[in-house]
Design a protein around this ligand. Structure first.
Ligand code: CAA
Length: 241
Protein backbone atom coordinates (compact mmCIF):
# COMPACT_ATOMS: atom_id res chain seq x y z
CA UNK A 1 0.00 0.00 0.00
CA UNK A 2 1.37 3.37 -0.91
CA UNK A 3 1.78 6.01 1.76
CA UNK A 4 -0.85 8.74 1.97
CA UNK A 5 0.35 12.31 1.52
CA UNK A 6 -1.70 15.45 2.16
CA UNK A 7 -0.65 18.72 0.57
CA UNK A 8 -2.26 21.93 1.79
CA UNK A 9 -2.80 24.56 -0.87
CA UNK A 10 -2.16 21.60 -3.15
CA UNK A 11 -4.17 22.55 -6.23
CA UNK A 12 -2.30 25.65 -7.45
CA UNK A 13 1.22 27.03 -7.72
CA UNK A 14 3.99 25.26 -5.83
CA UNK A 15 1.44 23.06 -4.05
CA UNK A 16 0.06 21.67 -7.31
CA UNK A 17 3.58 20.74 -8.42
CA UNK A 18 4.15 19.05 -5.05
CA UNK A 19 0.90 17.05 -5.35
CA UNK A 20 1.85 15.93 -8.85
CA UNK A 21 5.44 15.15 -7.82
CA UNK A 22 4.34 13.01 -4.88
CA UNK A 23 1.79 11.17 -7.01
CA UNK A 24 4.46 10.42 -9.61
CA UNK A 25 6.67 9.10 -6.80
CA UNK A 26 3.96 6.58 -5.86
CA UNK A 27 2.10 8.28 -3.02
CA UNK A 28 -1.66 8.35 -2.63
CA UNK A 29 -2.14 12.12 -2.62
CA UNK A 30 -4.90 14.36 -1.27
CA UNK A 31 -4.81 18.06 -2.17
CA UNK A 32 -6.40 20.59 0.14
CA UNK A 33 -7.50 24.02 -1.06
CA UNK A 34 -9.31 26.94 0.54
CA UNK A 35 -11.24 28.97 -1.98
CA UNK A 36 -10.75 28.57 -5.72
CA UNK A 37 -13.26 25.85 -6.67
CA UNK A 38 -12.69 26.30 -10.38
CA UNK A 39 -8.92 25.80 -10.16
CA UNK A 40 -9.41 22.83 -7.84
CA UNK A 41 -11.87 21.15 -10.21
CA UNK A 42 -9.51 21.70 -13.15
CA UNK A 43 -6.58 20.33 -11.13
CA UNK A 44 -8.57 17.23 -10.15
CA UNK A 45 -9.72 16.61 -13.73
CA UNK A 46 -6.18 16.97 -15.04
CA UNK A 47 -4.30 14.96 -12.40
CA UNK A 48 -6.84 12.58 -10.85
CA UNK A 49 -5.76 13.80 -7.39
CA UNK A 50 -8.77 14.14 -5.04
CA UNK A 51 -9.30 17.63 -3.67
CA UNK A 52 -10.65 18.67 -0.26
CA UNK A 53 -11.82 22.15 0.65
CA UNK A 54 -11.13 23.72 4.01
CA UNK A 55 -9.37 26.74 5.48
CA UNK A 56 -6.09 25.94 7.29
CA UNK A 57 -6.54 29.00 9.51
CA UNK A 58 -9.35 27.14 11.36
CA UNK A 59 -8.31 24.38 13.77
CA UNK A 60 -11.74 22.75 13.69
CA UNK A 61 -11.83 22.77 9.89
CA UNK A 62 -8.38 21.14 9.80
CA UNK A 63 -9.35 18.45 12.29
CA UNK A 64 -12.51 17.69 10.28
CA UNK A 65 -10.58 17.72 7.00
CA UNK A 66 -7.95 15.32 8.32
CA UNK A 67 -10.68 12.96 9.53
CA UNK A 68 -12.32 13.01 6.12
CA UNK A 69 -9.09 12.39 4.18
CA UNK A 70 -8.13 9.55 6.53
CA UNK A 71 -11.59 7.96 6.23
CA UNK A 72 -11.29 8.09 2.42
CA UNK A 73 -7.64 7.19 1.89
CA UNK A 74 -6.10 5.89 5.14
CA UNK A 75 -3.72 7.35 7.73
CA UNK A 76 -1.81 10.44 6.63
CA UNK A 77 1.90 9.63 6.75
CA UNK A 78 3.22 12.65 4.86
CA UNK A 79 1.95 16.17 5.52
CA UNK A 80 3.14 19.06 3.38
CA UNK A 81 2.22 22.40 4.93
CA UNK A 82 2.29 24.50 1.79
CA UNK A 83 -0.82 26.72 2.00
CA UNK A 84 0.10 30.37 2.24
CA UNK A 85 -1.14 33.83 1.42
CA UNK A 86 0.33 37.31 1.02
CA UNK A 87 -1.06 40.66 2.08
CA UNK A 88 1.92 42.76 0.99
CA UNK A 89 1.88 46.35 2.18
CA UNK A 90 4.36 48.71 3.84
CA UNK A 91 4.16 48.36 7.62
CA UNK A 92 2.97 51.90 8.21
CA UNK A 93 -0.10 51.09 6.12
CA UNK A 94 -0.64 47.52 7.39
CA UNK A 95 -3.97 46.89 9.13
CA UNK A 96 -4.41 44.51 12.07
CA UNK A 97 -6.51 42.38 9.72
CA UNK A 98 -3.69 42.11 7.15
CA UNK A 99 -1.36 41.08 9.95
CA UNK A 100 -3.77 38.51 11.40
CA UNK A 101 -4.80 36.90 8.11
CA UNK A 102 -1.21 36.12 7.21
CA UNK A 103 -0.24 34.91 10.68
CA UNK A 104 -3.40 32.79 10.99
CA UNK A 105 -2.82 31.05 7.65
CA UNK A 106 0.95 30.93 7.24
CA UNK A 107 1.94 30.26 10.86
CA UNK A 108 -1.07 29.03 12.86
CA UNK A 109 -2.03 26.93 9.83
CA UNK A 110 0.99 24.73 10.61
CA UNK A 111 -0.24 24.10 14.14
CA UNK A 112 -3.80 23.55 12.94
CA UNK A 113 -2.76 20.97 10.34
CA UNK A 114 0.06 19.21 12.14
CA UNK A 115 -1.67 18.73 15.49
CA UNK A 116 -4.47 16.49 14.13
CA UNK A 117 -2.01 14.15 12.33
CA UNK A 118 0.72 14.12 14.98
CA UNK A 119 -0.86 11.58 17.39
CA UNK A 120 -1.38 9.03 14.62
CA UNK A 121 2.18 9.46 13.37
CA UNK A 122 3.49 8.93 16.91
CA UNK A 123 1.35 5.81 17.37
CA UNK A 124 2.47 4.31 14.06
CA UNK A 125 6.13 5.28 14.53
CA UNK A 126 6.46 7.00 11.16
CA UNK A 127 5.81 10.44 9.78
CA UNK A 128 7.10 13.10 7.43
CA UNK A 129 6.21 16.76 7.88
CA UNK A 130 7.50 19.20 5.26
CA UNK A 131 6.86 22.89 5.89
CA UNK A 132 7.08 25.34 3.00
CA UNK A 133 8.60 28.47 4.52
CA UNK A 134 10.25 31.17 2.38
CA UNK A 135 13.45 33.03 1.62
CA UNK A 136 11.62 36.00 3.10
CA UNK A 137 11.34 34.23 6.45
CA UNK A 138 15.15 33.99 6.38
CA UNK A 139 16.11 37.44 5.13
CA UNK A 140 12.99 39.59 5.71
CA UNK A 141 11.34 41.55 2.90
CA UNK A 142 10.05 45.09 2.74
CA UNK A 143 6.27 45.08 2.38
CA UNK A 144 6.09 41.73 4.17
CA UNK A 145 6.43 42.27 7.93
CA UNK A 146 3.47 39.90 8.37
CA UNK A 147 4.66 37.26 5.90
CA UNK A 148 8.31 37.36 6.98
CA UNK A 149 7.29 36.99 10.63
CA UNK A 150 5.05 34.02 9.88
CA UNK A 151 7.60 32.29 7.66
CA UNK A 152 10.38 32.78 10.23
CA UNK A 153 7.99 31.32 12.79
CA UNK A 154 7.55 28.27 10.55
CA UNK A 155 11.29 27.62 10.86
CA UNK A 156 11.18 27.74 14.67
CA UNK A 157 8.18 25.41 14.65
CA UNK A 158 10.09 23.02 12.38
CA UNK A 159 13.16 22.90 14.61
CA UNK A 160 11.23 22.43 17.85
CA UNK A 161 8.95 19.72 16.48
CA UNK A 162 11.84 17.88 14.84
CA UNK A 163 13.27 17.28 18.30
CA UNK A 164 9.95 15.96 19.59
CA UNK A 165 9.35 13.68 16.60
CA UNK A 166 12.83 12.18 16.29
CA UNK A 167 12.34 9.30 18.74
CA UNK A 168 9.15 8.30 16.94
CA UNK A 169 10.70 8.28 13.46
CA UNK A 170 8.85 11.43 12.48
CA UNK A 171 10.96 13.94 10.57
CA UNK A 172 10.06 17.62 10.37
CA UNK A 173 11.86 19.74 7.80
CA UNK A 174 11.41 23.06 6.02
CA UNK A 175 12.01 24.27 2.51
CA UNK A 176 12.63 27.94 1.84
CA UNK A 177 11.76 28.68 -1.76
CA UNK A 178 13.02 31.86 -3.30
CA UNK A 179 10.98 33.65 -5.95
CA UNK A 180 9.13 30.98 -7.94
CA UNK A 181 7.11 31.71 -11.07
CA UNK A 182 3.63 31.33 -9.58
CA UNK A 183 0.57 33.58 -9.42
CA UNK A 184 1.73 34.83 -6.02
CA UNK A 185 4.98 36.18 -7.42
CA UNK A 186 3.38 37.38 -10.67
CA UNK A 187 1.11 39.53 -8.47
CA UNK A 188 4.11 41.68 -7.51
CA UNK A 189 4.07 44.95 -9.45
CA UNK A 190 5.89 44.20 -12.72
CA UNK A 191 8.33 47.08 -12.33
CA UNK A 192 9.30 45.90 -8.82
CA UNK A 193 9.71 42.30 -9.99
CA UNK A 194 11.82 43.18 -13.01
CA UNK A 195 13.92 45.96 -11.45
CA UNK A 196 14.19 45.06 -7.78
CA UNK A 197 13.86 41.30 -7.50
CA UNK A 198 14.97 39.30 -10.57
CA UNK A 199 18.30 41.20 -10.83
CA UNK A 200 19.07 39.96 -7.28
CA UNK A 201 18.72 36.30 -8.27
CA UNK A 202 22.17 35.10 -9.42
CA UNK A 203 20.78 32.36 -11.69
CA UNK A 204 18.93 35.14 -13.49
CA UNK A 205 15.42 33.72 -13.46
CA UNK A 206 12.48 32.80 -11.27
CA UNK A 207 12.40 29.24 -9.98
CA UNK A 208 10.03 26.56 -11.27
CA UNK A 209 7.42 25.00 -8.96
CA UNK A 210 8.81 21.57 -9.87
CA UNK A 211 12.19 22.60 -8.44
CA UNK A 212 10.52 22.86 -5.03
CA UNK A 213 8.44 19.71 -5.54
CA UNK A 214 11.61 17.66 -6.05
CA UNK A 215 12.91 18.81 -2.64
CA UNK A 216 9.64 17.71 -1.02
CA UNK A 217 9.73 14.27 -2.65
CA UNK A 218 13.27 13.82 -1.34
CA UNK A 219 12.40 14.85 2.24
CA UNK A 220 9.23 12.72 2.24
CA UNK A 221 11.04 9.54 1.28
CA UNK A 222 11.75 6.72 3.71
CA UNK A 223 15.44 7.13 2.81
CA UNK A 224 15.55 10.68 4.23
CA UNK A 225 15.05 9.46 7.80
CA UNK A 226 18.31 10.95 9.12
CA UNK A 227 17.39 14.45 7.96
CA UNK A 228 15.24 16.32 10.45
CA UNK A 229 14.99 19.90 11.67
CA UNK A 230 16.76 21.05 8.54
CA UNK A 231 16.02 23.82 6.08
CA UNK A 232 16.63 23.41 2.35
CA UNK A 233 17.06 26.76 0.62
CA UNK A 234 16.07 26.72 -3.06
CA UNK A 235 16.44 30.33 -4.17
CA UNK A 236 18.77 30.52 -7.18
CA UNK A 237 21.61 31.81 -5.01
CA UNK A 238 19.71 34.90 -3.82
CA UNK A 239 20.41 34.39 -0.12
CA UNK A 240 22.75 32.16 1.88
CA UNK A 241 21.94 31.46 5.51
N1 CAA B 1 13.37 45.80 -3.00
C1 CAA B 1 13.82 47.05 -3.07
N2 CAA B 1 13.00 48.10 -3.26
C2 CAA B 1 11.70 47.86 -3.39
C3 CAA B 1 11.16 46.57 -3.31
C4 CAA B 1 12.07 45.49 -3.13
N3 CAA B 1 11.66 44.24 -3.08
N4 CAA B 1 9.84 46.64 -3.45
C5 CAA B 1 9.54 47.95 -3.60
N5 CAA B 1 10.67 48.66 -3.58
C6 CAA B 1 10.77 50.11 -3.72
C7 CAA B 1 10.01 50.60 -4.95
O1 CAA B 1 10.76 50.45 -6.15
C8 CAA B 1 9.78 52.04 -4.58
O2 CAA B 1 10.96 52.78 -4.75
P1 CAA B 1 10.93 54.12 -5.62
O3 CAA B 1 9.95 55.01 -4.90
O4 CAA B 1 12.35 54.58 -5.60
O5 CAA B 1 10.45 53.71 -6.99
C9 CAA B 1 9.52 51.99 -3.07
O6 CAA B 1 10.12 50.75 -2.62
C10 CAA B 1 8.05 51.96 -2.73
O7 CAA B 1 7.44 50.91 -3.48
P2 CAA B 1 6.03 51.08 -4.18
O8 CAA B 1 5.94 52.35 -4.98
O9 CAA B 1 5.73 49.79 -4.92
O10 CAA B 1 5.11 51.28 -2.89
P3 CAA B 1 3.77 50.61 -2.55
O11 CAA B 1 3.39 51.10 -1.19
O12 CAA B 1 2.81 50.75 -3.67
O13 CAA B 1 4.12 49.05 -2.45
C11 CAA B 1 5.25 47.07 -1.72
C12 CAA B 1 5.16 48.59 -1.63
C13 CAA B 1 4.00 46.44 -1.10
C14 CAA B 1 6.47 46.65 -0.93
C15 CAA B 1 5.30 46.64 -3.20
O14 CAA B 1 6.34 47.30 -3.83
C16 CAA B 1 5.55 45.16 -3.35
O15 CAA B 1 4.61 44.40 -3.41
N6 CAA B 1 6.83 44.75 -3.41
C17 CAA B 1 7.19 43.34 -3.50
C18 CAA B 1 7.22 42.70 -2.13
C19 CAA B 1 7.65 41.27 -2.29
O16 CAA B 1 8.78 40.99 -2.65
N7 CAA B 1 6.73 40.33 -2.03
C20 CAA B 1 6.99 38.93 -2.22
C21 CAA B 1 5.76 38.30 -2.78
S1 CAA B 1 6.10 36.66 -3.39
C22 CAA B 1 6.19 35.75 -2.03
O17 CAA B 1 5.93 36.14 -0.93
C23 CAA B 1 6.65 34.32 -2.23
C24 CAA B 1 7.92 34.08 -1.52
O18 CAA B 1 7.89 33.40 -0.47
C25 CAA B 1 9.17 34.61 -2.05
Amino acid sequence: MSRVALVTGGTRGIGAAISVGLKAAGYTVAANYAGNDEAAAAFKAETGVPVYKWDVSSYEACADGVRKVEADLGPIEVLVNNAGITRDVMFHKMTPQQWREVIDTNLSGLFNMTHPVWGGMRDRGFGRIVNISSINGQKGQMGQANYSAAKAGDLGFTKALAQEGAAKNITVNAICPGYIGTEMVRAIPEKVLNERIIPLIPVGRLGEPEEIARCVVFLASDEAGFITGSTISANGGQFFV
